[in-house]
Every structure is written in structure tokens, then in C-alpha cells.
Design a protein around this ligand. Structure first.
Ligand code: ADP
Ligand code: MG
Length: 339
């Protein structure tokens, strides 16, 4: 008798969920990225008990066609790419079609969505990957996702959740980066009803820096701009006297996606050269835009790491741009500002 068989979709989704949904913050990240991809100008995130009790993400984006709602929860179901060559030209945050089935496999999900202005929409309720309700409803254009009791059916994973404060810390960290990556979107983040972050969505990055790090920090930032054949760079770097004890406040946004990059942070530090006190790090928000073929985002399911096809060139460009603005600052110091 044959011993090898293909796992059914339900088990496959639970396995994939292990990679995509590590903790409440991963759910927030995936839902908010979907809201961004849907072209939303306003995204509200509301979590209870560090997201362990519930996570709600409401957007005013394109919405999902009622016909597509159930399909969206199948594995590898996506509206964002369709051909192999699209993988080398990714312009959306999502493309793997894994988030919704993974989240739905390990929680209780309610989706309300409408893709039109005439108020007609669809509601779906899915628990542990099983469809419980699908019905027509009245709904405003956009999508409203509620995820409850994350990991209720995977006790081993639930056991590994940290305190509410730790889980909330991961959520707000992601939300800060997402807000910094999209100053054109108005974000609100609430925890147990208290507002943690609110941005205006007027496109002004310095405004978002002030909302995330405070107005004192925003005043200590130097604007950065640069361009070469392949790369366009913009953003802010802190004055060398405005530093932190770790590199957590160094944010890199590549083609609109927040990523982690040790190599890029090292390049920035080289740009500061000897201006930083020992073991101190600047606060920076760097946006880099490049042709999608120059960066591979398909390194890990979370897409937080990327590979650059011309890394040495990119790193020296970043280093030189940072060095240039800091030298200018030393030559023509700005008047001291009050915090
Ligand atoms: P991916 O983002 O990789 O395409 P997901 O599983 O996250 O995969 O989502 C599946 C599909 O569901 C998306 O491709 C999109 O068409 C649709 N979708 C999910 N969330 C939203 C949303 N907030 N607004 C509009 N469409 C959405
Ligand atoms: Mg997605």
C-alpha cells in the first residue's frame, strides 16, 4: 500500500500558519498590508489584550468582490500576481496568498467587505479553517476584519505567547514602521480602547516621525535626499548628537515596504563615521526606491528580509548620501532648536 499522500488543505494551512502567523503582531502586519494593497487612505487597528483576545483591522480600500470572498481564504489565492515573471516585478506588499488561510486556520475570523458604493457586501465567519457563515450584508466600501482567540486550536503555540505587554510591543513596533512607510495613509492604533498612534495621512513623513517618536525627535532630524542611476533615496537622519542605545530606530523602507537590513544599517553608520558616540545609534527613516527587479523580497514568508542584486553599489550610495548631509550640517549648523 502506498505510504505517501498529499496532506489535505486544512492541515497544510495549519502548517503554513506556523510560518506566517508567529504571534498577534504577524496577524496585524498581514491584515494591515492587505489594507494598504487595497489602496486604503484610512486604516484603523484595534486590539484587545495584546491582540491575544481580538484584533480588528478596518479599511476604506477597494473591498473584496462577494464572489471572491471564499476564494481569498484558499492557499495561494491572490489577486496580486498571476505569472511566474511577476515574481521579479513585485509592487504590492502581499503576493504569496498565504495570510488569510493561515490566519483563519488558527483563529476565529469574521470578514465584512464591500467593493462598491451601493452598500452591498458580504460577510464570512470562519473558525479554525471551517466556514461557518457566508451571507449578503449591507456594508460600506472597504473591509472590516476581526480575528479572535488566536491559536485557540493550537495550544502548543498559544503556550509560547508572551505577556500582553510584550505582544503589544511587537504590534506597535510594526504599526510604527507601517505608518512611517506610508505617510499618505491615516492610521489609528488602539489598545483596549486607548489610542497608541494616530497619523494624519497628509503625506508628511516628518509629521509621522513626530507622532511615533515625539516632536522633540522630529526637530532633531535632517532631511536627506539623493539619486543615482538605480536608486532614489529620501527621508530623515538624526543629528549626530541625537542618538539611541540600539539600532531599533533605524527604519528602512524599500519600495514602500518596511524591511530589516543589517547591511543597510551598517552603511548608514559608516556615513556617520566618527560623529557618533561609541555604542550609540542614530534615529533614521530612509526610503529607497528602485526598480523591483533590483530587490528580491521573496526570501522569507514574512518578507521582512530582502536581497539586493547590486548590494555593494547600493551600500556605497547610502553611505555617501548620509555622509554628505552630515558634512553639510557640520559646515552650516542649523540654529539650535528648542524641544
Ligand atoms: P496576498 O496578500 O498575498 O494576495 P492574502 O491571503 O493576504 O494574500 O489575501 C488574499 C487576497 O484577498 C488578496 O490578494 C486580496 O485580493 C484579498 N484581500 C485581502 N484583504 C483585503 C483587503 N483588506 N481589501 C481588499 N482585498 C483584500
Ligand atoms: Mg496579504
Amino acid at each position: 500500500m502506498a505510504k505517501i499522500h498529499i496532506l489535505d488543505e486544512h492541515i497544510a494551512n495549519q502548517i503554513a500558519a506556523g510560518e506566517v502567523v508567529e504571534r498577534p503582531a504577524s496577524v496585524v502586519k498581514e491584515l494591515v498590508e492587505n489594507a494598504i494593497d487595497a489602496g486604503s487612505s484610512k486604516i484603523d487597528v484595534s486590539v484587545e489584550e495584546g491582540g491575544l483576545h481580538s484584533i480588528r483591522v478596518t479599511d476604506n480600500g477597494s473591498g473584496i468582490d462577494p464572489e471572491d470572498c471564499e476564494t481569498a481564504f484558499y492557499r495561494h489565492a491572490t489577486s496580486k500576481i498571476s505569472q511566474g515573471r511577476d515574481l521579479f516585478q513585485i509592487t504590492s506588499l502581499g503576493f504569496r496568498g498565504e495570510a488569510l488561510p493561515s490566519i483563519a486556520a488558527v483563529s476565529k475570523v469574521s470578514l465584512k467587505t464591500s467593493n462598491n458604493l451601493n452598500g452591498k457586501g458580504r460577510q464570512l465567519v470562519i473558525e479554525g479553517g471551517q466556514l461557518k457563515v457566508t451571507e449578503d450584508i449591507a456594508a460600506p466600501q472597504g473591509t472590516d476584519f476581526v480575528v479572535k482567540e488566536l491559536f485557540y486550536n493550537t495550544p502548543a503555540r498559544l503556550k509560547y505567547m508572551k505577556t500582553i505587554q510584550t505582544e503589544l510591543g511587537h504590534i506597535s513596533d510594526y504599526m510604527y514602521r507601517l505608518a512611517l512607510s506610508r505617510p499618505d495613509i491615516a492610521f489609528t492604533v488602539r489598545h483596549n480602547g486607548n489610542t497608541l498612534l494616530q497619523t494624519m495621512g497628509n503625506g508628511d513623513l516628518l509629521n509621522v516621525i513626530a507622532a511615533v517618536y515625539g516632536t522633540g525627535t522630529a526637530k532633531a532630524m535632517l532631511p536627506l535626499q539623493g539619486e543615482d542611476m538605480d536608486y532614489r533615496l529620501s527621508g530623515f537622519v538624526s543629528r549626530p548628537d541625537w542618538t539611541r542605545a540600539n539600532r531599533n530606530a533605524m527604519s528602512f523602507i524599500i519600495n514602500g515596504r518596511y524591511v530589516r537590513s543589517y547591511a543597510l544599517s551598517q552603511a548608514v553608520l559608516r556615513g556617520y563615521h566618527t560623529m557618533l558616540p561609541i555604542n550609540r545609534y542614530p534615529l533614521i527613516v530612509l526610503k529607497l526606491d528602485m526598480h523591483p527587479s533590483l530587490v528580491d523580497v521573496n526570501v522569507h514568508p514574512s518578507k521582512l528580509e530582502v536581497r539586493f542584486s547590486k548590494e555593494p553599489e547600493l551600500l556605497s550610495f547610502v553611505e555617501a548620501s548620509v555622509e554628505r548631509i552630515l558634512k553639510q550640517e557640520v559646515l552650516i549648523p542649523r540654529p539650535a532648536r528648542q524641544n
